[in-house]
Each structure stands twice: as structure tokens, then as C-alpha cells.
Design a protein around this ligand. Structure first.
Ligand code: ASP
Length: 357
């Protein structure tokens, strides 16, 4: 029999974004409002049988302004309050949601509680808002106890079903570091191109148990150093590789994510290959990620990618661009050891890439 005091406890971390915005009558643009006004729009939260506390960014921000400092703030709250709550819900703008989800997943090694990020395309006060459903379902999923492994030492209702950084959007829960913002228009704006949803939310929640991430044994450990001297370089037909040369002129450059064609192909261009060689000699880590919406890089499938491996370019596999950039920033922030960085890029650290047998 479950006593009333066995209520699940959730901490809401409000950072800003459209979900908590209203139209400024002076400018007509959307500006963030404070947290109490958000929950006023979702009275169902009080009837969910879940105890909810909240902390808020002061002031709340549009997610276009997010930097590693904000990731540290969010991860810092999770680290500090980890023992006190069954789960965490982060309210965040959609524009950079996938970057924050990737960052938090790499920062919180050994996480065994849900950190569910959500937001909305329409402000929570608007009649057709998607914010109410997103917020309510994110809270309910963060509070969902794992029926398969009750552990009374952690909480009276046992551990949580979700034990990773995830994103709830458009009736689905996704692994955070697999997500990408696909649409500036659709209410299903966030997708997970290379990994199935963890949960489908219909009349009930349908958990895809085999897809849920479980961290290897070990204590919760924070990784909070990010190297910003990293570039993202998508290629296109007819481009001048002088641009790449200029990027390499930056002495302090430590890493590049290449955005290549198809399964990781580049044009047969001597200048580009020489520059990639030069970058390798200078100790710049280069990761190859496809520009395609689905699938990933398979080096050596075509002759046009053969030379990339010779130049020391590291395959990003099926990682999203967001996950690859953030992973590279974190690895470079933690180490100067180029072979260790290469090794870790190729490994699956938090469920962010598929390892092909
Ligand atoms: N510009 C907003 C943000 O990312 C968009 C949104 O929340 O959907 O903060």
C-alpha cells in the first residue's frame, strides 16, 4: 500500500523559450515571462499527484542566447539536488534544445534519473498552445516509477523508468543527444532521425523498453569543460576551399566538424585534401558528419571518402551534427590527448551513436 507521503518529487528548471513567452505590446515580438505565470496556465499540474518544486533562470532567456555557462547552471542544479528529487524537467526554448540536450547528456555521466527537456512552439497562454501538453507529459514521464525494479532505498516508489537526458516534444520522448530541431513551423518540431522514440504518448504512455539508456556502473560525475575553439564546416558544390584555409589560419583552432555529402563524401579536390592533411599535422581534430537528414557516415563506402581516413578525419557515424559538435567541444575541453579524443569520438559514450558490428 502506498502512503500519501510517497508522492514522486520533481524539480522544474525554467530557462525561458517560447513556452514562457508573451507578446510585447510595444514591439509585437515574444518576450519571456516569469515561472509562476506559466504554471497558472496548467492547473492540472496540481492534480497530477506529483510534488513539484521549481527554480528559474533570472531572467529567463531565449535559447538562442544559451552558452556553456547555461549548461553548467542546469547541470549544477541537477548535481546539487540529485538526491532530493525523482526527476528533473527543464523548460527550454526549442531553437537550441538539441544542443543543450546533447551537452547535458555528456556532462552528467552515470545519470540514473530522468532529466527531461521540453518547450513549445506556441506560448503557453495561447489557445492552441502545445506547451500545456508538453509540460504535463514531461512532468508525468519524469515522475514515472520503474515498475520492473522497485528500489525502496532510492524513493518510496522505486527508481524512475527514464534514467537519461531526454526531450519530450509532439507526443514523443526522445533520447536527448539524438534529437534535432527540424521545423520552425510544425508542432512536431523535434525529431530523432537515427534512433527510435523512447516513448509514444497516446491515450497512455507506450515505453520502448529496449531503447531506454542505462548508464554503466559508476557514480554520477560532472564533465563541465567545453572547448569553444571549434568550427562547423558544411561543404557545398562549387565552394572555394580558401574559406577552409582561412579557418585553419586560426592558430588556436582545435576541432572541426565537417558537414559532408551522403555517407560522408567530399569532392576530389587537391586543395581541400592538402588542407585536411595540414590540419591533422597541426593536431586539429576533424569529425565527419553527414549533411543528410537521416543515416550517417560510413568511411570508405565511396572512393570520395577514402582519403578522409588517410587525412586522419574521424567518422562521426550516425551522430547528429549537434551531438558531434558538443561531444567534440567536451572532449577537447577535457584533454589534449588526440588519440584519446579520436577513441572517444568513435565510442558510444551516452547512447549518442550506433556502433556498427
Ligand atoms: N526562440 C525560441 C527559443 O528557442 C524558440 C522556441 O522556444 O521555440 O528560445
Amino acid at each position: 500500500m502506498i502512503e500519501m507521503s510517497a508522492e514522486r518529487k520533481i524539480l522544474l528548471i525554467y530557462t525561458g523559450g517560447t513556452i514562457g513567452s508573451v507578446h510585447d505590446p510595444m514591439t509585437g515580438s515574444l518576450v519571456p515571462i516569469d515561472f509562476s505565470q506559466i504554471t497558472r496556465h496548467v492547473p492540472e499540474l496540481n492534480r497530477a499527484g506529483i510534488s513539484i518544486d521549481s527554480v528559474s533562470f533570472q531572467p529567463p532567456i531565449d535559447s538562442s542566447n544559451v552558452t556553456p555557462m547555461h549548461w553548467r547552471k542546469i547541470a549544477g542544479v541537477v548535481m546539487k539536488k540529485h538526491e532530493l528529487y525523482d526527476g528533473f524537467v527543464v523548460l527550454h526554448g526549442t531553437d537550441t534544445m538539441s544542443y543543450t540536450a546533447s551537452a547535458l547528456s555528456f556532462m552528467l555521466e552515470g545519470l540514473r534519473k530522468p532529466v527531461i527537456i521540453t518547450g513549445s512552439q506556441l506560448p503557453i497562454g495561447m489557445p492552441r498552445t502545445d506547451g500545456r501538453e508538453n509540460l504535463l507529459s514531461a512532468v508525468m514521464l519524469a515522475a514515472h516509477p520503474n515498475p520492473e525494479n522497485p528500489d525502496s532505498n532510492r524513493s518510496q516508489w522505486g527508481e524512475s523508468t527514464i534514467q537519461e537526458v531526454a526531450v519530450y516534444f509532439g507526443n514523443q520522448l526522445f533520447r536527448g543527444n539524438r534529437t534535432h530541431k527540424e521545423s520552425a513551423e510544425s508542432l512536431n518540431a523535434i525529431i530523432s532521425p537515427n534512433f527510435p522514440a523512447l516513448v509514444d504518448a497516446g491515450v497512455g504512455f507506450k515505453f520502448r523498453k529496449h531503447n531506454l539508456y542505462r548508464a554503466p556502473k559508476g557514480a554520477l560525475t560532472l564533465h563541465d569543460h567545453f572547448e569553444s575553439k571549434v568550427a562547423w564546416f558544411p561543404i557545398f558544390p562549387g565552394m572555394s576551399f580558401d574559406v577552409f584555409e582561412r579557418i585553419l589560419d586560426w592558430d588556436e583552432l582545435r576541432g572541426v566538424v565537417l558537414g559532408t555529402f551522403g555517407s560522408g563524401n567530399i569532392p576530389d579536390n587537391k586543395q581541400f585534401k592538402n588542407l585536411l592533411d595540414l590540419a591533422q599535422k597541426r593536431g586539429v581534430s576533424i569529425v565527419n558528419v553527414t549533411q543528410c537528414g537521416h543515416g550517417g557516415v560510413v568511411h570508405e563506402r565511396y572512393a570520395t571518402s577514402l582519403l578522409l581516413s588517410d587525412c586522419g578525419v574521424i567518422s562521426g557515424g550516425d551522430m547528429t551534427t549537434e551531438a558531434a559538435i558538443i561531444k567534440l567541444m567536451m572532449l577537447l575541453g577535457e584533454s589534449d590527448d588526440l588519440s584519446l579524443i579520436r577513441d572517444h569520438i568513435l565510442k558510444d559514450l551516452r547512447g549518442e551513436r550506433t556502433i556498427l558490428e
